[in-house]
Design a binder for this molecule. Sequence first.
Ligand code: AMP
Length: 280
Amino acid sequence: MRLVHDADHLAPFAGCTLVPTMGALHDGHASLVRRAAGRGRPVVVTVFVNPTQFAPHEDFARYPRTLDADVEIARAAGANAVFAPPPEAIYPRGLDAARTEAAAIELPAVATVPGLEDACRPGHYGGVCQVVARLFDLTRPSQAIFGEKDWQQWRVLDEMVAALPARWPGLAMEVAPTVREADGLAMSSRNRYLRPEQREQALGLVRALQVAASAQQPATAERLMRETLGDHGLAVDYAVVRDARTLMPAGGFERPTRGLVAARLDTVRLIDTMALPVCR
Ligand code: AMP
């Protein structure tokens, strides 16, 4: 296992399976690494808290940074390298220029139209596409694995790669299931912000999605999700049923849909999502 800070030392890992992260690794991240291991390709985990995907009022400064523990988790899960670049390796022209560039990136519709994370976090997906494109350019992976938990992000990045076949030829994009705590809470680096009494309230997200899975109509599912989140004292950003691919409103359950929720407990913002049963 190598800890790499300098992109010049990535050459031995070309053709890797890449697991991009912002660090503060937990078992959800580890599951992606375990999935990647044993495929006969080097496994590279990137750890980079990307400033350009955070708005000024968001939690960039306090985002947990635990590189030593991250390296150990990545190693134990089967990674061959952790690439933890300094900001200047990702943004050699500086952060101001990077922010300007991020704002100018042409994004797929799924990053701008659904009115979900795109509406709650304006500018977020410009930064996400910017950093993931840069990480792909530096690491030259043949596969990249992402978590289902950030479903809109997955859809955005999958569309980004599909739109640029010549830039990353043959790059296979893969999405993997959400790992949850024993009580159902989706693992997240942000869970460590939760005070003990908020931990129970946070279960409102997964409970809302479970309730949605039993509804007969999307509109009913959305009402039940909002009620469940409210009952747990969560401030709702959105609680919706959407087409799983386009993330546009779903008229029924005949095609694959997902429940998607985002809610806040004081300053902690959490998201979760689940596939809903087809054709009930
Ligand atoms: P993050 O470090 O939060 O940016 O996440 C890095 C990658 O891990 C993303 O592809 C996430 O979707 C994925 N991920 C985050 N939480 C989980 C989880 N609980 N289970 C599986 N994958 C996850």
